[in-house]
Design a protein around this ligand. Structure first.
Ligand SMILES: [Zn+2]
Length: 540
């Protein structure tokens, strides 16, 4: 792994007051002297396809990554996590923090040729906060009272309460949710918007040309694009003619395609393929991700209503072993739920007594205390029912991560089955509550993502279905307090509660591993979103 371009935590620059963590500048991989050239296709392999391209309706990573290319937002975070202008040229806030006014750039056009207006912005945010729309990310806009169009290029947001997180949540970087679709198309297509290819219309640097679900998605350059964010060197139309996404769920297939030129870039290289790829001229880059890989329970299932059973499962997870043998060291062992770099993470020494260390004996003891007694075939039982559950996963790597847990649980008398679903099926099944347990690789930019555990977010994204007044209260404080220290304490309290109650079983914080063929140039990796908007990328 000697040539792996590792961006270490030492490159951490600083921690912003609203919880933005700066993991260091994007890593330009091409020589600075090289002059980009126009044309060509960049083919990208990914392990799952987008489910919907309606911004905010999906928390899936492929949907989010695609939305950055198709849409723009009012503002975005640059490669140093600083807020920069995008569709909004400038903005101001009232002294009481309750009124935000955004001034839109002129001459911005949607892909269909219609001009962007303040009405388009209004309709997106109005729909987002409309309870009838049940958008899964609605908690992000909890402080928004109403929007008002002043004129075609001016929009006002009225808040219920001042908050430190509003501008952050309006940024497109917050998972693409604040990306602005063309209101006319959304109204025309209704529930089909973002699902039917022809419906999709944004102002982004690329247009959707063709989408064969779970196979390939073709995007073409928006030649009219002249409103790129100053976050990029190139603020005009992108260099490449086309972006072709290929959905290749098997890690080995993506590695093979990368070797042979079937793809130029794999945005999720599995750790075990790194040495081979590097031997074949592939450039491998690994960056730390603010992430919480964990197992979560469906708390509505009888077996997991008993916290002793959940804690017994937690004791069956050997985090060090998973990081060493499955991740080949390309991850950091979790000593809490939150990544230690996130403001709001509880200090490790304070977290230690709340974590369940790997211990087969403790796991067995807790199952026994919960009334599960040894039964036929070594599987425990209670009232004639075997102790068994199914853990849903959606990638091959996730399956490899939970396999050692399955083995330890079996020794403890718990029959845990692993079921790997395709990503979209995983999302709908966990939303419907069909899972007993699920492995989830949460990626975030700040501790605000903990809204995934508030009761308002049941059934999705709160797929563990945790309904807890204390959790809700902590989150409420985190979103409304104007004192950063109080906000941090609220997140810490929430983290400690999730871990001590074994609502989640933390495993690791992953690194993000990219592999690219030499013809892909100008790649810069954003600390939160990797390839991000691809404005500076070109092919040789
Ligand atoms: Zn349109």
């Amino acid at each position: 792994m000697s040539t792996t371009h590792r961006i270490d935590r030492r490159t951490l620059l600083k921690v912003g007051t609203t919880g933005a963590v700066m993991l260091g500048a994007g890593a330009p991989l091409a020589s600075a002297q090289e002059k980009p050239k126009k044309g060509g296709t960049l083919t990208i392999g990914r392990n799952h396809d987008a489910d919907t391209l309606y911004p905010g309706r999906s928390t899936g990573l492929s949907a989010i990554a695609t939305n950055f290319l198709l849409y723009d937002g009012l503002v975005l975070h640059d490669f140093q996590m600083k807020i920069r202008s995008a569709l909004a040229e400038k903005w101001e806030t009232s002294a009481d923090g309750l009124t935000w006014t955004f001034h839109l750039r002129r001459n911005v056009k949607f892909h269909c040729g219609a001009p962007l207006t303040a009405q388009d912005v209004k309709e997106h945010f109005d729909r987002w906060i409309d309870p009838k729309e049940s958008v899964p990310t609605r908690a992000k806009m909890a402080s928004l009272q109403e929007t008002r169009v002043v004129d075609d290029h001016t929009i006002v947001f009225k808040l219920k309460n001042p908050t430190l997180v509003f501008l952050n949540n309006v940024s497109q970087t917050e998972w693409g949710y604040a990306s602005i679709p063309h209101a006319k198309h959304v109204n025309q297509y209704g529930k089909d918007y973002g699902v039917v290819s022809a419906s999709v219309c944004g102002t982004g640097p690329f247009r959707l040309r063709e989408w064969l679900k779970d196979d390939r998605m073709e995007l073409t350059r928006n030649d009219d694009y002249a409103w790129g964010s100053p976050a990029y060197d190139n603020t005009a139309a992108p260099w490449v003619d086309r972006i072709l996404f290929r959905t290749l769920p098997e890690d080995a297939s993506r590695a093979a395609e990368l070797e042979t030129g079937g793809i130029d870039l794999d945005i999720d290289v599995a750790p075990q393929h790194i040495p081979r790829l590097e031997g074949r001229g592939v450039k491998v880059t690994s960056i730390p991700r603010l992430s919480s890989n964990h197992i979560g329970f469906n708390l509505e299932k009888d077996v997991f209503k008993d916290p002793r059973v959940r804690k017994a499962v937690a004791h069956a997870v050997n985090r060090e072993q998973i990081v060493q043998f499955v991740m080949k060291g390309q991850a950091d062992v979790s000593h809490g739920f939150l990544h230690p770099l996130v403001p709001g993470a509880t200090p490790k020494e304070q977290m230690r007594p709340l974590m369940y260390e790997w211990s087969l004996e403790k796991s067995k003891r807790l199952f026994t205390e919960a009334g599960w007694t040894p039964g036929p075939g070594g599987i425990r039982q209670k009232d004639g029912r075997p102790l068994s559950a199914t853990c849903f996963v959606f990638t091959e790597l996730h399956e490899r991560i939970v396999t050692p847990v399955q083995a330890t649980l079996r020794d403890a008398g718990f029959d845990m089955q692993i079921k790997r679903l395709e990503a979209a099926a995983f999302t709908s099944a966990t939303r419907a509550g069909e899972h007993d347990m699920r492995f989830l690789p949460m990626i975030y930019s700040s501790a605000d993502f903990l809204y995934f555990f508030v009761s308002q977010a049941i059934p999705s994204p709160n797929t563990v279905r945790w309904k807890d007044e204390k959790t809700d209260a902590f989150f409420q404080v985190s979103q409304t307090s104007l004192k950063e220290a109080e906000r941090v304490r609220a997140f810490q309290g929430l983290e400690q509660r999730l871990v001590s109650e074994a609502v989640v079983v933390p495993i690791q914080h992953i690194r993000w591993i990219f592999g690219n063929r030499p013809r892909a140039r100008g790649l810069k990796y954003h600390p939160i979103h990797g390839i991000y908007k691809l404005m500076d990328v070109w092919v040789a």
